[in-house]
Design a protein around this ligand. Structure first.
Ligand SMILES: [Cu+2]
Length: 372
């Protein structure tokens, strides 16, 4: 077994690697190239998936619930529906599944949206379509759930969220040789498979290496490589009290959330929300460290909580903040963001037309129709 690495140094080097990758790409990347690629990818939408569906009207927005408030039966039902998605045939690739489609989309399109103003709206659409897929493909009667981690920030590891019986299961395999956090960003640590919980036998199909900083292509090629879900909890995450100086790696408790919600400017809020979201990936490791983070089913309740933060922020100042949107369109872009920007997404179930940023601004619109 490798000697254990200094935890703080590992986290710092992971963050530095991310910054270096982004900075390196910024020097050589030209915004128009990305826009052109994104627009090419959107052509598929003209096939009008689901265009014959009647237009829905939002009369009473349904409420997304907190994981910890669900009954045992409700949790079991959500988990059943997630596992069912991994049995449903893909809309995008032969011999693949709807569950894998979401990871595939997160690699091929999400990478351009991270660190750009489109980050929050793009993920709102991603979550909405996942929720719709659970309902239409797998007969799930509820809505997407969120994990309110700010309420469990002192000891998140013992949240029932990671419960092996009623939740998403715990850490990966602890025996045998393992990759360092840096290496686990570029390779699957197949010795870190889940050992308990309902997703122990799930085999996500895609993996994404981090983009080459010297490449001008904003896209990361998905690698077809079926594997177990891997997790590699940091020592600080496993025992926050013992490692109080190192945990949280990025603050995500009630004070941090209050500070986040007090931000005035949209683009600043968007980047701060994205920075806050990183506490879980850098604590859980494994699949979470790649753009295929949606391979881990905890990704969705986690990101839904970030969406909830945005919803709260939007609600704070009525219509003015509700429609606040500025900054740069895409990551590394120099083009000003606009509410009329098209959100890059492939033709998909639940998506009957290209969506614009403005379609994601109000969760109680006819298309989205949910609240928290
Ligand atoms: Cu993402």
């Amino acid at each position: 077994m490798r000697p254990p690495k200094d935890h703080k140094r590992s986290i710092r080097s992971v963050i530095l690697t991310l910054i270096a990758l982004i900075a390196g790409a910024a020097i050589i990347f030209k915004a128009w190239e990305l826009v052109a690629v994104l627009e090419n990818k959107l052509v598929a939408l003209e096939t009008n998936v689901g265009a014959d569906q009647p237009e829905q009207v939002c009369i009473e927005p349904a409420q997304r619930k907190s994981w910890t408030t669900l009954s045992r039966e409700e949790k079991a039902e959500y988990i059943r529906a997630v596992k069912c998605l991994a049995e449903r045939p893909s809309y995008l690739n032969p011999n693949s599944t709807v569950y894998d489609d979401f990871s595939y989309i997160h690699i091929t399109m999400g990478n351009a949206m991270h660190m750009g103003s489109g980050n929050l709206p793009w993920h709102r659409l991603h979550l909405h379509l996942y929720e719709q897929a659970l309902r239409s493909e797998c007969g799930y009667g509820g809505l997407q759930v969120y994990w309110a981690w700010e309420e469990e920030s002192e000891d998140p590891i013992h949240s029932d969220f990671f419960d092996p019986e009623t939740g998403f299961g715990g850490n990966g395999n602890l025996t045998g040789d393992h990759l360092s956090p840096e290496d686990s960003m570029t390779r699957i640590d197949k010795n870190r498979c889940l050992v308990d919980g309902p997703f122990k036998d799930l085999q996500p199909q895609w993996y994404a290496r981090l983009p080459d900083p010297k490449s001008v292509d904003p896209y990361v090629d998905p690698v077809f490589d079926p594997h177990c879900i891997t997790r590699s909890f940091t020592e600080a995450f496993k025992d926050p009290k013992k490692h109080a100086k190192e945990f949280p790696p990025i603050p995500f408790g009630p004070n941090a959330v209050s500070k986040l919600l007090a931000i005035e400017d949209y683009s600043e809020f968007n980047l701060a929300a994205e920075a806050m979201h990183a506490w879980l990936p850098v604590s859980v490791g494994g699949d979470y460290m790649a753009l295929t983070a949606p391979n881990d089913p905890t990704f969705y309740p986690h990101l839904t909580n970030i969406d909830r933060m945005w919803w709260k922020w939007q609600a704070k100042n009525g219509k003015k903040k509700g429609m606040a949107y500025d900054g740069a369109t895409y990551r590394l872009s120099e083009v000003n963001a606009s509410l009329d920007d098209i959100i890059p997404f492939p033709a998909f179930i639940g998506l009957d037309r290209p969506m614009r940023i403005r379609d994601m601004m109000d969760t109680e619109s006819d298309y989205l129709c949910y609240t928290y």
